[in-house]
Design a binder for this molecule. Structure first.
Ligand code: HEC
Length: 117
């Protein structure tokens, strides 16, 4: 075996190993950044929003109270999002956009309502 060749091979692979380690670190940092951004944005939870903002008028199961029944609604998710983000209904509280209803939150709660039967 030629020792010079061996040592140069070893050096090459050490360098390559470092590069792999470095890219793994970079990927880990990126994943961490992505997941904490996700958490910070507070991935809206439709069920929680529904329970705190809507159930009082539409019923815990969407069965309706002073507000109409939402369980099994024929409205599409998009229709519900529109009610929340732009309002336009005849009666309060949906004449105007619902307070605090960002498009993301509206979409999450609309998706939840579509699961109510
Ligand atoms: C203060 C009581 C109240 C709260 C709180 C409330 N609603 Fe309503 N909602 C109503 C009433 C009353 C109507 C009927 C409005 C009309 O007919 O113009 C309605 C209508 C709707 C409609 C249209 C239903 C249909 O069949 O046309 C949707 C969708 C809706 N609400 C979703 C929600 C969601 C989602 C929330 C929570 C973010 C919410 N509402 C919070 C009272 C409320």
């Amino acid at each position: 075996m030629n020792p010079r060749r061996t040592s140069s091979t070893r050096r090459w692979s050490a360098t390559k190993e470092d590069a792999v380690k470095k890219s793994i670190t970079v990927i880990a940092v990126l994943l961490l950044a992505a997941s904490s951004a996700w958490a910070k944005a507070g991935a809206p939870d439709g069920a929680t929003i529904y329970k705190s903002k809507c159930a009082g008028c539409h019923g815990a199961q969407g069965q309706g109270k002073m507000g109409p029944k939402l369980a099994g609604t024929t409205l599409s998710e998009d229709d519900i999002v529109k009610v929340l983000t732009t309002g336009g209904e005849a009666k309060p509280p949906h004449v105007k956009a619902f307070k605090g209803a960002t498009p993301e939150k509206a979409k999450a709660v609309a998706a939840y309502i579509k699961t109510l039967q």
